[in-house]
Design a protein around this ligand. Structure first.
Ligand SMILES: NC(=O)c1ccc[n+]([C@@H]2O[C@H](COP(=O)([O-])OP(=O)(O)OC[C@H]3O[C@@H](n4cnc5c(N)ncnc54)[C@H](OP(=O)(O)O)[C@@H]3O)[C@@H](O)[C@H]2O)c1
Length: 339
């Protein structure tokens, strides 16, 4: 039975990858510092990959497939290459893409500095320059170390806005909590038309399974077949929670942090092209956003019940915002100025 070792294997992405590999007959070990996945068939090892030599020791005498869900810097790529692995798969991000002027998502604040990316973005699109400056430049730097290693086949996966069971960020919580709190209205910039490609963790799992079978050095995007608009996300989540709200649709795209901006608000669409994975790996999405969203909402409701949501979704604690006072003020001002 081929062996796989998944670094960061207990959250949404790692869990989905482990599940997909298990179903395909792999012997799977997942690594985390302390958490465990709810998958009885996987072996769990607790290790802090940031401790010198710890990852190498945890993998032991080699492995057929080494998957890194949480590579964030060149040092992490070098750790992977020090392991005796038959192939490596690393999770990067679609945020490495840059437009022809070199503009990227990292710096974009408003519509006029947002990158002009093709829709959809192919893997051949220009990327940020590798550097130690931002999340995306570091991701690009580690991608290049893996792609250029010349010894171990290394596949890079570039997902977008990830969701799935076990997610610790919880973008969808932005609307789920508002619906649970029975907010009377929802405010959306750009009339809710923004599209930031969603990626089901299950689809990443499927792509990793296929890439692992081919053991190739390459880059693949990962986005759902049916990227929704922000308005579609708001409506589906509101309905799934059993609530109803008025939609306050602001015409302007807004700037980062404005009332009406959501975790998917972007000034121009960010949608990745899946045709390469389809043509070269035979990839077919195992779920659509439309089929997966109700289950994600149900899981978010269940996982936050009776506890501080910031403990349940620690990666979203500083990211998913609930400034109801500012929303109330804005809507009052709109109503007051309406003749
Ligand atoms: N979220 C998005 O929308 C998005 C978009 C594009 C790309 N990505 C990429 O997707 C990946 C994130 O996936 P995710 O959301 O599933 O991650 P996550 O929720 O942050 O989970 C992190 C996983 O890694 C483990 N972990 C963290 N630090 C560790 C360490 N030092 N040593 C060993 N294990 C460690 C965690 O378990 P313990 O806490 O128990 O250690 C957990 O299993 C990243 O590469 C990110 O850049 C994310």
């Amino acid at each position: 039975m081929p062996t796989a070792f998944v670094v960061g294997g207990t959250s949404a992405v790692g869990r989905a990858i482990a599940q997909s590999l298990l179903a395909a007959g792999w012997d799977v070990t997942v690594a985390s510092r302390s958490s465990s996945p709810d998958l009885p068939a996987v072996r769990v090892v607790h290790v802090d990959r940031d401790e010198d030599g710890a990852l190498l020791a945890a993998v032991g005498h080699g492995v057929d497939l080494l998957v890194d869900v949480i590579p964030f810097e060149v040092r992490h790529a070098q750790q992977l290459l020090a392991v005796d692995a038959g192939a490596v798969v690393a999770i990067s991000s679609a945020s490495v893409y840059a437009d022809d002027e070199g503009r990227t998502l990292d710096e974009a604040q408003r519509s006029d500095d947002f990158p002009d990316l093709p829709v959809p973005i192919p893997e051949t699109q220009r990327t940020v320059e590798p550097a130690d400056d931002t999340y995306s430049t570091r991701k690009r730097a580690l991608e290049l170390v893996l792609l250029g290693n010349g010894r171990v086949p290394a596949t890079i996966i570039r997902p977008c806005a990830i969701y799935g069971r076990g997610d610790r960020l919880g973008r969808e919580w932005f609307f789920v909590k508002r619906a649970l709190d029975r907010r009377p209205f929802v405010v959306l910039t750009g009339r809710g038309g923004s599209v930031f490609h969603t990626t089901a963790a299950e689809n990443i799992g499927e792509l990793v399974r296929l890439a692992a079978a081919q053991r190739r050095t390459d880059v693949f995007n990962c986005g759902d077949p049916d990227p929704p608009t922000v308005l579609e996300i708001a409506r589906r989540i509101c309905a799934a929670v059993g609530h109803d709200w008025a939609e306050v649709l602001l015409p302007g795209p807004g700037a980062r942090g404005d009332v009406g901006q959501t975790p998917w608000s972007v000034a121009k669409p960010l949608v990745v092209d899946m045709s390469k994975a389809e043509a070269e790996l035979g990839y077919r999405a195992v779920t659509t956003w439309s089929n997966a969203i109700d289950g994600q909402v149900a899981w978010l409701v269940e996982t936050t019940r009776g506890r501080d949501w910031k403990d349940a979704l620690p990666n979203g604690a500083d990211y998913v915002r609930f400034d109801y006072g500012a929303e109330d003020d804005l809507v009052r001002a709109v109503v007051d100025s309406t003749p």
